[in-house]
Design a binder for this molecule. Sequence first.
Ligand code: ARG
Length: 495
Amino acid sequence: MSSSTEAPNPTDKPQKSAEQGRETTDTQTAPSSNTMWGGRFSSGPDAIMEEINASIGFDKALFRQDIAGSKAHAAMLAHQGIVSKEDVAKIDHGLNTILREIESGQFTFSRQLEDIHMNVESRLRELIGDAAGRLHTARSRNDQVATDFKLWVRDTIDAVDGALAGLQKVLADKALEHAAVIMPGFTHLQSAQPVTFGHHMLAYVEMIARDRSRFADARKRLNECPLGAAALAGTSFPIDREMTADALGFDRPTANSLDSVADRDFALEVLSAASISAMHLSRLAEELVIWSSAQFQFVRLSDKFSTGSSIMPQKRNPDAAELVRAKIGRINGAYQALMMVMKGLPLTYSKDMQEDKEQTFDAFNAFSLIVAAMSGMMADLEPNEKNLLKAAGSGYATATDLADWLVRVLNLPFRDAHHVTGRIVALAESKGVDLHKVPLGEMQDIEPGITEDLMDVLSVRKSVMSRVSYGGTAPANVRKQAKRWLRTLKREGFA
Ligand code: ARG
C-alpha cells in the first residue's frame, strides 16, 4: 500500500498534474491548529496524531466528486431558502475556482486540514470569505464522504465497464479471426478433446460479460444518495434530498440516515466484483504464460509485452502476463482488508471507515492496469496454428469421437464403447502411435464391427467440425457467437 497515494481514477487524466510536486504539508494555507474544528482545541495535533488521522494523502483523489457534491448541496440550500442566493453564487464560483486550481496543480493540499473536504472548505473561505461557512449547513463530513466515495465508485464502475467491453471486443475479434484454428482442449491440463482457438477466446468473453454484469448490479444498488443524512440523524433544516440526489445522478435519496453514513457495502461489492474479474484475467494470464513457453509454443506474445533476460539471451519472458496473474493479490487483498475494517463496527460512522478508500483506490488502479495490459497482449497475440494442430492430435484427443462412433454406428451402450476405446488407446500407446495410425485389422481384433469409416472421425478436424451442439466448439458455432458478441458490443457503443 505504500505507493498508493496516487489518484486512481481511471478516467481522470489531469489528476496527475494536480499532484505533481506537492506535499501534503504546506505553509501557505495551513493554520497552526485546525481551524475547522473551531475553538475547542487549543493546540495543533501532535505530529503522529496528524499522520494517523489525515487522509488527504489519498482522499484528494475525490476532489471532483467532493466539489460536485458541494455544488449540488449549495444549489439546494439556495433553492430551499436556507442560504441566500448571493452567498450560494459566491460558493459556487469559489468551488469552480478550486476545481480549476486542483486540476491545474495550483492547489496546495494541507495535511493539517486532514482530508479533501476540509481542504476544499478552507480554501473556499480564503477565496470568498464568510459565505464559505454557510456551505456546511445541514451537512456533515459523514454524509459528505459517503456521497463522494459513492460517486467515485460509480465513476470507476463506468470506466471499468468500458475497459472490460474493450477487452471483450479484442477477444471476440480474435475469436472470429481464428474460429477454425484447432487446438487441444484440456481438462486437468491433460489433452482432452480438440477445440478451436476461437472457442477458447469466447469462453473469456462470456466470463467478462458476467464480470460486467456484476459491476452493473452493484451500480444499481449503490445509486442512492446519502447526502442530507448529515452526521447520522438527518437535519432539522428544510432540505430537499430529491433535488441533490437528482443533481448528482442518483436514482433517489437513501431512506435511512443511519445506514447512509454507516455502510460501505457498495465498496465491498465492487471489490468483490473486481476480485472475480481479476481471477478470470489471472487464469487467462496463466494460459499465456504456459502457451508462450518454449515447451508449448502455442502462441507468440508480441515484443511489446515480453522482456528479455539479462543473462539468458534465448529468453522471452511473459512479464506482463505474470503481473496480470499476480495483481489479484492486491485486489482481493483490498476486499479482505475492508471487510475486516467494517466487521464489528457499531452504527454509525467510525473513523475506522477512513480506511475504506486507500486500498479501494489502489485495487482499482491495479484492476484498470491489468485490463489494459490484457487487452494489449491479446490484441497482439498470434496463435501458432501448426503447433496447435499438432498438439491437438496428440494425447489420443479423439478417443471420445471413437467411442461416440461405436455408439452411433454399432449401437453399443456408451459404457461398452468407452471400454472398447480404452483398449484401442492402450494398444496405440503400446505401439507408440496416434489413434489413426493403429492398423484397422488390429482394431477389429478388439471390436469386429469396426470398419474403415471409423478412420474418418479420428481426425481432429472432423472431431471439431462435429461439435455443433449449441455452445459447442464447431467453427460455424464460433463464428456465429463471435459475430453475436461483436454486434452486441457495437450496439453498446464499443465498436
Ligand atoms: N476523512 C474522513 C473519512 O474518510 C471523512 C469523514 C470524517 N468524519 C468525521 N466525523 N470525522 O472517513
